[in-house]
Write a protein that binds this ligand. Structure first.
Ligand code: ADP
Ligand code: F6P
Length: 329
């Protein structure tokens, strides 16, 4: 017989992403709807270890659905990787009376919750909060859509100056080891080339592509580079030098977008996704479920075992790569 879920702890952990506030709001309001108490844990596992925990009610989460970041803050917490650290966290949860968790974060945060559950049996449901879209078990992670819009908007601005000066820009985007942001935003922004870890474009093909663009009268170009791309063996600055050396007619610049991709007001899609995921997570806990991650698949909310989610691979969209190749003619 699963214990009755009385008090749910919610926290955000690891790299933050737009929509995390909307997800916290949904967890708090779903808990209230089902007459369960909800506690906010600040700074991810750090705050769990130090007992930085506050009660939250439906009113505590007013006016945050539209805010980027996470009002509960986030952290990367090396101490939670130790048994001692997790023991401290468990004691804090006992003091707070928390007997279930909703963890909003990436695969590292979900891994931590899974290990913690194995040691102390605290039921948890994960919400995939990361801009990388690199978690198996969901078509879209929370924050990915907003990050794409941020990147496309930034590249549109870069394109203005690139075309004014007939320049080639290498634009580096986030995504850790995968190329989902680069590929989708690259297509959306009309990039001439997109370099991602999953596809070996190679330096020769890059030069040929840029030559071809030039021959076709393109006086400026945008090449989007995923930060995790290693296929050319060069970072964006080395790519600039390489192109300047081999295609001296190109005037080349670099723009690394960086952490702006993690910020900004969440898109409507991410606000709706966050709201649906928060409700699904709380109702799964109340149904006695645990060690599962909420995801979206064919517009439906699904639950995937966390062990599969963190070990699974998210495949790059080969059809979109084909579309991208056609669009660069
Ligand atoms: P993300 O959740 O965005 O992938 P991290 O990989 O930094 O971010 O993980 C966030 C936190 O989750 C880590 O700082 C750590 O506290 C916890 N964590 C990650 N991996 C483990 C692990 N193997 N064991 C225990 N805790 C972990
Ligand atoms: O996982 C999200 C992410 O933004 C990655 O795309 C990026 O590589 C990483 O976090 C940056 O980590 P930090 O916030 O620690 O600089």
């Amino acid at each position: 017989m699963s214990r009755k879920i009385e008090k749910i702890g919610v926290f955000t952990s690891g790299g933050d992403s737009p929509g995390m506030n909307a997800a916290i709001r949904a967890v708090v309001r779903s808990s209230a709807f089902w007459e369960r108490e909800c506690m906010g844990i600040y700074r991810g596992y750090d705050g769990m270890i130090t007992g930085d925990i506050v009660p939250l009610n439906a009113r505590s989460v007013n006016n945050i659905i539209n805010r980027g970041g996470t009002f509960l803050k986030s952290a990367r917490c090396p101490e939670f990787r130790t048994a001692e650290g997790r023991k401290k966290a468990y004691k804090q949860l006992q003091v707070a009376g928390i007997n279930a968790l909703v963890v909003i974060g990436g695969d590292g945060s979900l891994t931590g919750a899974d290990i913690f559950h194995g040691e102390y049996g605290i039921p948890f449901i994960g919400i995939p909060g990361t801009i990388d879209n690199d978690i198996f078990g969901t078509r879209t992670t929370l924050g990915f859509d907003t990050a794409l819009n941020t990147v496309v908007e930034a590249i549109d601005k870069i394109r203005d100056t690139a075309s004014s000066h007939h320049r080639l820009f290498f634009v580096e985007v986030m995504g850790r080891d995968v190329g989902h942001i680069a590929l989708n935003a690259g297509v959306g922004a009309g990039a001439e080339e997109i370099l991602i870890p999953e596809e070996d474009l190679g330096l020769d093909r890059l030069l040929q592509s840029l030559e071809r663009s030039r021959r076709r009268g393109k006086s400026s170009s945008i090449v989007v580079v995923a930060e995790g791309d290693r296929t050319t063996g060069k970072n964006v600055y080395e790519l600039k030098d390489y192109v300047e050396k081999n295609l001296p007619e190109y005037d080349v610049r670099v723009s690394v977008l960086g952490h702006m991709q993690r910020g900004g007001a969440p898109s409507c899609f991410d606000r709706v996704l966050a709201s649906r995921m928060g409700v699904k997570a709380v109702e799964a806990l109340i149904d006695g479920k645990s060690n599962l991650m909420v995801g979206i698949h064919d517009k439906e909310m699904i639950l995937t075992p966390v062990k599969e989610a963190i070990k699974g691979q998210t495949k790059i969209d080969k059809e979109l790569i084909r579309v991208s190749d056609i669009m660069t003619l």
